[in-house]
Design a binder for this molecule. Structure first.
Ligand SMILES: *Cc1c(COP(=O)(O)O)cnc(C)c1O
Length: 457
């Protein structure tokens, strides 16, 4: 399988090239040259557990890693999950109107682990094979740094440097990063805001000689391997949900990476009906699916912070398919959007594929309350956005809501919504007793570069 850029100006790449490339050199996103079709294999695949299904699905997209090696990487990636089904369905009664697929059984208790645990293994394999070393630099406002760190901790071929704004991430989120003691993990507590961290990141990546001398890379959300890993749970859930008809998924959405994987799973032929895009009050995507107009706005801070996103980095992949893989039309759309802050499609995406809706803070917290009162089941605020969305649409078949984080990661919202209940998780409780280490650093390009230089191998 070869990978092409949505902008059409990059020669086709192999899978491993696509993984180390991330963003295509022409500014586009990498997509597979064709979408493999699986409908005829589904009867056999129904009997497979998550990991064995992952081997089948991922294998369709990879032809430059020996099959046996790829299978080993997949097994190792998901060995860090604490549930035997990897992505189990929540124990709700049969009559519940929505089923819940728990994607939070990885090391940092969030769905990003599914993709980043695999990405870490792939990096290690490719870098060792090519005798290379990578320094990953990232910035986090709190939520995603720990999953990136957990994906690469302990790897020989990778060092990771994660910047976060000093004193502005929650104590829990900070501990999830700073208690990781592996020598290749470097947490940088920056005297500045998250915006400062992002600016530092851009400035350092723009220094081409430094970037190349220290083999600087990113683990950004546009990496193709992340989408690929996510296709697996859509396939798995579509084959294992209760009910016979095609499954609709409600997906708490920020960067559109998660729900885009669902779209590909549908196009591959898994029994999937609608994809319900659930946003919080950052509603650029829900407006787009209803009006065809994609318009940048201001970011609102909500109780579902991982979805506080205006411009969805993975959306370009969907637009490429919406434009029938016509890179010229895609480029025109993206240029209009980046120069004017708004762009419109002539034809709305089909409601056979996507439905979309935005959910307020009050509705989100209300869903946490309701799920607990009805089922004694606690959802996190991101999942709660998906639950509200699921209630707004009738579908012919079963609805599955994707649970993207464990509720214990967001104790304030849970305690606000449910009187007298606090949720715990042993992994998070253990953090307080672990030694933690971070380097406090000025919001200064040279100071960050000095740390990378000093720790470079
Ligand atoms: C990242 C994240 C999301 C949003 O996923 P996208 O792929 O960006 O749409 C939702 N919930 C949680 C908890 C997340 O960490």
């Amino acid at each position: 399988m070869r990978y092409v850029s949505t902008r059409g100006d990059t020669p086709p790449l192999s899978f491993t090239q696509a993984v180390v490339t991330g963003l295509a050199p022409d500014g586009g996103l990498l997509v597979p040259e064709h979408i493999p079709q699986v409908a005829e294999r589904l009867n056999d695949w129904r009997a497979l557990g998550f990991v064995d299904l992952a081997k089948k699905i991922i294998g369709l997209f990879v032809d430059d890693i020996p099959a046996e090696t790829l299978d080993e990487l997949i097994v190792r990636a998901f060995s860090t999950f604490d549930h035997e089904d990897i992505v189990p369905f929540a124990p709700l009664p049969d009559e519940a109107p929505v089923q819940i697929l728990e994607l939070f059984h990885g090391p940092t208790l969030a769905f990003k682990d599914v993709a980043l645990q695999l990405l870490g293994q792939l990096f290690e394999y490719i870098l060792e094979r090519d005798n290379k070393h990578l320094n990953i630099l990232g910035a986090t406002s709190g939520d995603t740094g720990s999953a990136a760190i957990a994906g690469v901790r302990g790897l020989k071929s990778v060092d990771i440097f994660i910047m976060y704004p000093h004193g502005r991430v929650s104590p829990l989120q900070e501990l999830q990063m700073t208690t990781i003691s592996d020598a290749n993990v470097h947490c940088l507590s920056v005297d500045g805001s998250f915006d400062d961290c992002q600016t530092l990141m851009k400035d350092i990546f723009n220094d081409a000689p430094f970037k190349s001398e220290y083999s600087l890379g990113a683990v950004n959300s546009v990496n193709w391997a992340r989408v690929l890993a996510q296709i697996v749970y859509y396939g798995y859930a579509s084959l294992h949900a209760r009910g016979d008809a095609d499954v609709s998924f409600c997906v708490p959405t920020g960067n559109f990476g998660n729900v885009f994987a669902g779209y590909l799973a549908k196009r591959m032929g898994f029994p999937i009906d609608k994809l319900i895009v659930a946003t919080n009050s950052n509603d650029i995507l829900s407006v787009f699916f209803r009006t065809g107009c994609y318009q940048r706005g201001d970011v609102h801070f909500t109780v579902s912070p991982a979805m506080d996103i205006q411009v969805a980095s993975n959306f370009e992949r969907f637009l490429f398919y919406h434009f029938d893989c016509d890179a010229t039309r895609l480029r025109e759309f993206m240029t209009a959007f980046s120069t004017t802050g708004t762009a419109t499609v002539d034809e709305l995406p089909s409601e056979d594929d996507f439905l979309a809706t935005a959910v307020s803070e009050e509705q989100t917290l209300g869903a946490i309350t309701r799920m607990y009162e009805q089922y004694q089941y606690v959802v996190d605020p991101h999942t709660a956005v998906g639950i509200v969305a699921s209630e707004r649409f009738q579908t012919a078949g079963p609805k599955v809501c994707i649970a993207t984080a464990h509720p214990a990661k967001f104790p304030e919202s849970v305690e606000r919504s449910i009187n007298g209940v606090s949720v715990r998780h042993p992994t998070l409780e253990a953090l307080a007793d672990l030694p933690s280490s971070t380097t406090r650093v000025a919001a200064d390009v040279d100071a960050i570069k000095a740390i990378i230089t000093a720790n470079s191998r």
